[in-house]
Design a protein around this ligand. Structure first.
Ligand code: ADP
Ligand code: MG
Length: 316
């Protein structure tokens, strides 16, 4: 669906994109992840034809965005970092205007606007001036604008930035729904943001792609030691020593006591060792009830730092 080939973008002397290439298949939901200034918006602006690249090309369904901007743009709905809203218009007026820009036939306009305003839940504010809407509503008007013309591909640049937690949840739910019917690219500098919805994550840092994989695989490959959190009822030292001696356990420590008579133990295991059954058997033989056992949540933030950090170290 999209082929990005060897994009280079210079702003004067500043190299914003340094040979960026990737492809996105039809139906994929891809997270484009990187810290501020990494080059996400620049890449998205080039894919959507709003910005020209210094070198390289972008093909949308085989069409060069540069040579066939109209046809390529028809296939793409774009929510830029700052949505292009005309705040002195009502939602209805604005969406009608976008229909005209995207050459939606007169006969289909009303139906399309009704369908989309329902879909993104801005039905109740259609007659309000955009400038009087809350930030969450404005963002949904921005998404509505991207949906006009039924584009197959949606590109959303940091769609939840600046929203409050409730609005973030609403926009995330909306994106989740959209992901069922669209090829989707969502940029973000927050890992959790893309983790939940994306099939694949492309990580960009300082204008270069540093990794691309499924969120799960990124988690697996980057985490070198497994961590378990336990709460076990029994004598503190016996529990700790017993667990520390199990095969596969690299390290065990008591982190706190939350419930009387029970200890919270964090365990680190050797790579690929699964010690959960051994822990169960040990506790069961000694009649120490296990009150809790869970694998520590893998924090993608750590993975991100690890991946970008390693590359930096190699280059240095
Ligand atoms: P991101 O969206 O990942 O935060 P951007 O694509 O906006 O990153 O920016 C990438 C780099 O290019 C940054 O260092 C930014 O300062 C620079 N940059 C972006 N737009 C311009 C511009 N119009 N002129 C000069 N430099 C720019
Ligand atoms: Mg940006």
């Amino acid at each position: 669906m999209i082929e990005v080939k060897n994009l280079v973008k210079r702003y004067g002397n500043h190299l914003a994109l340094d040979n960026v290439s990737f492809t996105i298949e039809k139906g994929e939901v891809v997270g484009f992840l990187g810290p501020n200034g990494a080059g996400k918006s620049t890449t998205m602006n080039i894919i959507t034809g709003y910005l020209s690249s210094t070198e390289g090309e972008v093909l949308v369904d085989g069409l060069s965005v540069l040579d066939n901007p109209e046809k390529a743009k028809q296939r793409i709905g774009y929510l830029p970092e700052i949505p292009p809203l005309y705040t002195d218009m009502t939602v209805n007026e604005y969406l009608s205007f976008v229909c005209d820009l995207k050459k939606v036939p007169m006969s289909k306009k009303a139906e399309m606007i009704t369908k989309i305003t329902k879909q993104v839940r801005i039905n109740d504010v259609r007659k309000r001036l955009i400038r009087n809407l809350s930030k969450g509503y404005k963002q949904r008007v921005g998404i509505a604008q991207a949906l006009i013309g039924d584009p197959e591909l949606l590109i959303l640049d940091e769609p939840t930035v600046g929203l409050d937690p409730k609005q973030i949840t609403e926009v995330r739910d909306l994106i989740k729904n959209l992901s069922e019917e669209h090829t989707l690219i969502i940029s973000s500098h927050i890992l959790a943001e893309v983790q939940a919805v994306c099939d694949r994550v492309i990580i960009i840092n300082r204008g270069r792609i540093v990794a691309t994989d499924t969120p799960d695989n990124l988690a697996k490959t980057a985490v070198k030691s497994n961590k378990l959190e336990l709460r076990i009822k029994g004598p503190k030292n016996d529990v700790l020593n017993g667990i520390a001696q199990l095969p596969g356990v690299q390290f065990a420590e008591i982190v706190r006591i939350r419930e009387e008579g029970a200890v919270d133990v964090n365990v680190e295991t050797e790579e690929n060792a699964d010690v959960r059954e051994a822990i169960f058997n040990f506790c069961s033989e000694n009649r120490y009830p296990i009150l809790m056992m869970k694998t520590s949540e893998v924090n993608l933030e750590d993975i991100f730092l690890q991946i970008t950090g390693e590359r930096e170290a190699k280059r240095a």
